[in-house]
Design a binder for this molecule. Structure first.
Ligand code: ATP
Length: 483
């Protein structure tokens, strides 16, 4: 599995999906750049989400709020005081670790060794310490369970300290008078503070949702597993505003709807599971993660949280502005529901994690050897709607008017589909290159094309080839690649 993960990472680099940021300067840890194909794939994932959430729901609209926000917002949301990880340093290696992560690793080790009682006990003790924010207790557990630094091998630990995950920067031109502000650690607050702007200008009626895709920044201490945990990443979030008392119902609705969104891409259901939270954040009355089986185990891709009226009430208090909605629908007693602060169900998915999931799920090394000949190919079995390139166009040779004919076909398709043109190398080699980037269709233009206006269309997954009239191409490709 480790091997498979490594292969996906090097494949992503080799074909221009993902690069380490600032690579020629030896990189910047946990920051990545999307290359020419990665940017396309990422855009397609965004489109799939936006269409499913905004376009398909009459009562959900999308916004694009700024990354910079008033510093009080992060006071109100609880991020200034509460968005921390408990960290511990090893005095010999000078390496810093998340205390809970060290304990988690120990629990996994106990489980592996069949010491399930010990594992359960440590899990319970750790949960208790985290819940009561007892940092001393976390340190005691690390000592009692004789956890050593993975680098130095020693047990020479500092105290456990809280480490805030928000990045800050100076706002304003002059150093003097400049104010310290934060880069947003989630996109959700941009939605909450615009709740009434959108509700009023869009004449939205509860229940309704506001969606947004955008960057978020977290100074993650443990940054590993490629684009799984980044310091700059992108979220696709939707906040759904409901009547108090109807939150449980809508939580159940979104929990189901969001898993369906994942499964509609054709991923096997066994790869997914829910992880319901027992331990809830202070603002939530229910929460679940949608987890995917990555090569390194089941991990969260998306969170669905019932956030109560916590955020809007906090902003009401901190800003001094009313965050209420007037509901003139009639309740069971025949009276209007009246004014209230709505409850919120949030769906929050990491775009980069979804990208990683998509790459891992699509990546396949196929053995095509038959009795006589050894052969293999690397395939990205992407859903055609997500594929960065939909159609590759190959003139069989570089002469006899074939390139011109191929260009003509490309020009008729490129407005609707992302196409590439390639005339170098043998056809077989060109096919393999497209397989490796997940292109669902390759068209070969040969001498017969000039006579009867037909081309060979080759299907990525089956490698099947068929002769098709040029005039039928548009419909065929569209039927497979449009949402
Ligand atoms: P984790 O427990 O993995 O740190 P989280 O519970 O802090 O995640 P949320 O705050 O619920 O995550 O954020 C919602 C989604 O944003 C996550 O499900 C994940 O897909 C994504 N996400 C969060 N942090 C990162 C990160 N550092 N890099 C990439 N994606 C992230």
């Amino acid at each position: 599995n480790d091997e498979q993960f490594k292969n996906v990472i090097s494949h992503a680099k080799e074909y221009g999906f993902v690069f380490q940021s600032s690579e020629i300067y030896d990189g910047l840890s946990a920051v990545y750049d999307y290359g020419q194909l990665g940017a396309e794939l990422k855009n397609n994932i965004k489109t799939y989400w936006w269409k499913a959430m905004v376009q398909m729901h009459e009562n959900i609209v999308g916004i694009d709020s700024a990354i910079f926000m008033h510093p009080k917002i992060w006071k109100a949301s609880g991020h200034v005081d509460g968005f921390n990880d408990p960290m511990i340093d090893n005095k010999d290696s000078k390496k810093r670790y998340r205390a809970d992560q060290l304990l988690e690793d120990k629990i996994a080790r106990y489980e592996k060794d069949g010491k399930t009682d010990k594992a359960a006990k440590l899990q319970a003790d750790m949960d208790e310490a985290l819940k009561s924010e007892n940092l001393q207790q976390l340190k005691t557990l690390i000592e009692e369970h004789e956890i050593a630094c993975p680098v130095s091998g020693t047990k020479n630990w500092t105290e456990v300290r809280q480490f805030n995950l928000m990045f800050s920067t100076q706002f304003g031109a002059m150093a003097e008078g400049a104010e310290e502000i934060y880069l947003r650690p989630e996109t959700a607050q941009g939605i909450f503070v615009n709740f009434l702007n959108v509700q009023k200008s869009g004449r939205m009626k509860i229940p309704f949702g506001i969606a947004q895709i955008g960057k978020a920044f977290r100074n993650e201490v443990i940054a590993r597993q490629f684009i799984m945990r980044m310091r700059e990443f992108e979220q696709m979030e939707m906040q759904f505003f409901v009547r108090p008392g109807e939150d449980k119902k809508w939580f159940a609705y979104w929990k189901e709807a969001r898993l369906k969104w994942h499964l509609a891409l054709g991923t096997s259901a066994e790869k997914y599971r829910y992880h319901d939270h027992v331990k809830l954040a202070h603002y939530a009355n229910a929460a679940t993660d949608i987890e995917f089986e990555f090569p390194f185990g089941f991990k969260e891709v998306e969170g669905i949280h019932s956030r109560t009226d916590f955020d809007l009430s906090q902003h009401q208090e901190f800003s001094g502005k009313k965050m209420q909605y007037f509901d003139n629908d009639l309740n069971e007693e025949g009276k209007p529901y009246g004014n209230y602060v709505p409850y919120v169900i949030e769906t929050s998915i990491g775009l980069d994690r979804m990208f990683l999931l998509t790459m891992i799920n699509a990546f396949e090394e196929q053995d095509l050897s038959d009795g006589e000949k050894q052969d293999s190919r690397t395939l990205l079995r992407l859903h055609p709607c997500l594929a960065p390139v939909k159609v590759a166009i190959f003139p069989l040779t570089k002469k006899d008017g074939l390139p011109e004919k191929a260009r003509e076909i490309m020009n008729s398709l490129k407005l609707d589909f992302n196409c590439v043109y390639e005339e170098k190398d043998a056809i077989g080699k060109r096919y393999r290159r497209q397989d490796a980037i997940g292109t669902p269709f390759c068209l070969t233009i040969d001498h017969q094309t000039l006579e009867d206006d037909t081309v060979t269309i080759r299907h990525r997954d089956t490698m099947e080839q068929q002769r098709i009239d040029i005039k039928d191409l548009q419909t065929l490709i569209e039927s497979k690649t449009s949402w």
